[in-house]
Unconditional design. Structure first.
Length: 239
């Protein structure tokens, strides 16, 4: 009787090669959905954005914003804006929390929205998308924030780049400039919270937040398997 078969290291490596499920080109460039074993990955313009392997830092983005948020003066449930649908962890975290009121998700890539509504990422987001509090805005986040009625949101949870110092497209740079941060501050109600996900800490961005008039600026870290921790930058709009 032959001995049990054991895959060689080379074969194990081959099993971990990503499989491209869909590739689309749109007004902001190329976006790709890949699967590596049981993990889905989103790649934008050749830059790895996120995958479904963990999700702790994306969930922290929403959890930390709620923890830092002061109850609105009219005692209504706070209105949350999530910038970037991504793989859906932030939305799932928000929809699982009954204290949030309206949940607006801004996503500029039609492909990403489709992968959640009709594709494999629905396993993460289907329940959240069916929540009557949830609405999806198919538009560019930078433009959406700049056009927002002042005080529209009680929390902005932004995760459209690998961080303020590592944007996916040049257009996103404007979000982290003094003008962009001023627009974020204006879109928030008094006491509202800005939370920005980043793949690495940025003391320069903390300074920019303070210079833009935010208070309570701080950074929460989430350890990762290798390298520097993921972080969430938090800041509060004063009264």
């Amino acid at each position: 009787m032959p001995p049990p078969y054991e895959a060689s290291p080379v074969e194990h490596a081959a099993d971990r090669r990503p499989v491209t499920l869909e590739r689309r080109t749109g007004p902001f460039g190329e976006v790709v959905l890949r699967r590596r074993d049981e993990t889905y990955e989103i790649i934008a313009n050749g830059v790895f954005l996120m995958d479904t392997s963990d999700g702790r830092s994306e969930r922290l983005l929403v959890h930390a914003a709620l923890a830092a948020l002061r109850t609105p003066s009219d005692h209504r449930a706070p209105h949350l804006l999530i910038g970037g649908l991504g793989v859906g962890f932030s939305l799932a975290e928000a929809a699982a929390e009954p204290r949030w009121g309206r949940i607006t998700v801004v996503e500029r890539e039609a492909a990403v929205i489709d992968w959640h509504r009709e594709g494999p990422l629905a396993e993460i987001s289907a329940t959240a998308l069916a929540d009557p509090r949830t609405e999806i805005a198919h538009t560019d986040l930078v433009a959406h924030v700049r056009a927002a009625t002042p005080g529209s949101y009680d929390a902005l949870c932004l995760d459209i780049d690998n961080g303020p110092d590592w944007t996916v497209t040049e257009d996103n740079d404007g979000l982290y400039t003094p003008t962009g941060l001023a627009a974020c501050r204006a879109a928030l109600s008094p006491g509202g919270v800005l939370a920005v996900w980043s793949a690495r800490p940025s003391s320069v961005f903390e300074t920019a937040l303070r210079n833009a008039g935010f208070t309570g600026v701080r950074t929460e870290e989430i350890a990762v398997a290798r390298g520097v921790p993921d972080v969430v930058h938090l800041a509060v709009r004063g009264a």
